[in-house]
Structures are given as structure tokens and as C-alpha cells.
Design a protein around this ligand. Structure first.
Ligand SMILES: [Zn+2]
Length: 206
């Protein structure tokens, strides 16, 4: 039986276990930009170009399946000095996947990613999954999520969701996913500009 816990419970763990999520209450002026679900042929290139122009580093939580299809993009991400995180092989929902199957999927993704960081797709893990994975990974959630992938969102609404991180710092999620492209490509430069104006520095988890 899969034991499920709500995000609220997991956030209580966050307070107890530093490895679950980093710097949620940090006082530095730091933004951790993260991109989930990639790499994708054209979109990843566009993100990398923006990051290069702005001279900032980010973390890409990649799906192993896509990493296997686009090794040249993985190489570019690494060469530009960004960090790579594991986002499972097939973007699995932890609450709907038995423990053994989930762990095997994460391990399969490691063949392509060799990552020290892990972010569960949908932010969903069972307690057993979490206990196993924390032995091998720093598990990273987020403080601000843009919902850039949602058809209900506009760039304005996405920006509203993340702009507090541009003022106070935090871990921000965008998606390296065609569904998110229209929102993300508009909001990302706007977010970076505002964060820089507020004196933020951009870091990876390394
Ligand atoms: Zn995802």
C-alpha cells in the first residue's frame, strides 16, 4: 500500500530536515532559478541563451528519458556551468507509483544525469520514497512556482506568482517544457531584471 502524505506534512519535514529543501528561511539575497522537465530541443537552447546573456547559473531538474534523447543538450547545460538534478526517468507521480518501481525509475535516470539533487515530479513523494531517496540525494522543492505550464495562466499572472522571490530571494520553478514556453519566455527575462535591480545574486545548489 502506498502511504501518502500531504505537501503540508512534507513541509513540516522541511523544517526538520535541512536536506529536504534548502534556504527556505535564508536571509541572503539569493535566487535559485530552477527549470523542470527538460531538456527539450529548442526551448532548452533558448533558456541557455538567456542565462548566458545574463551571466547567471541555474539548476535543471531533467527527466532521464529526455536527457537520453538529447545528450548534446545535457552537455551544453554542463558546459555552461549549470547544475543538473534528477526528476525521475519518466516523470512519475510518487503517490501513484510503488516504492520499488519509483526507486528503479530514479536510478535509471541517474545513468543519464549523475545528479546529487532530486526533485519529485508534482512535489509528490510517499514517506518511504522520501526516506530512501534522502540517503542519496539532496531533495529540493521550491518556494515559488510560476505555473507557467498552465493554460489558465498569462505571463502577467505567472510573474505575480514569482515576483516575491525577485525581491526577497527563494527557489523558483519554471518549466523547460513546450506547454510553458509562451509564459516562461516572457516572464523569465522580466524576473531576472527585477531580481538584479533588487541586488539579488543567482546561485545553484552546488
Ligand atoms: Zn516536472
Amino acid at each position: 500500500m502506498i502511504i501518502t502524505f500531504s505537501l503540508l506534512v512534507l513541509l513540516i519535514f522541511a523544517l526538520l530536515k535541512k536536506s529536504w529543501i534548502w534556504h527556505i528561511f535564508h536571509h541572503e539575497k539569493v535566487v535559485y532559478l530552477t527549470f523542470d522537465d527538460g531538456p527539450q530541443e529548442e526551448l532548452t537552447q533558448e533558456i541557455l541563451q538567456i542565462l548566458r546573456q545574463e551571466n547567471i547559473k541555474a539548476t535543471f531538474f531533467c527527466v532521464g528519458d529526455a536527457a537520453g534523447r538529447y545528450p548534446h543538450l545535457m552537455e551544453q547545460i554542463r558546459q555552461q556551468g549549470h547544475s543538473i538534478g534528477n526528476h525521475t526517468m519518466h516523470h512519475l507521480n510518487g503517490w501513484r507509483t510503488p516504492l520499488k518501481e519509483y526507486l528503479q525509475d530514479v536510478q535509471e535516470a541517474q545513468t543519464y544525469l549523475n545528479a546529487r539533487y532530486f526533485r519529485p515530479p508534482y512535489g509528490k513523494l510517499t514517506l518511504c520514497q522520501w526516506l530512501k531517496l534522502r540517503k542519496h540525494f539532496h531533495i529540493i522543492l521550491w518556494t515559488d512556482i510560476s505555473y507557467d505550464w498552465s493554460p489558465k495562466m498569462t505571463p502577467e499572472r505567472c510573474f505575480k506568482r514569482v515576483k516575491s522571490a525577485a525581491k526577497h530571494g527563494g527557489i523558483v520553478v519554471f518549466h523547460d517544457n513546450p506547454k510553458a514556453a509562451d509564459n516562461m519566455l516572457q516572464v523569465l527575462p522580466q524576473f531576472i531584471r527585477m531580481a538584479k535591480e533588487n541586488g539579488m545574486t543567482f546561485k545553484t545548489f552546488d
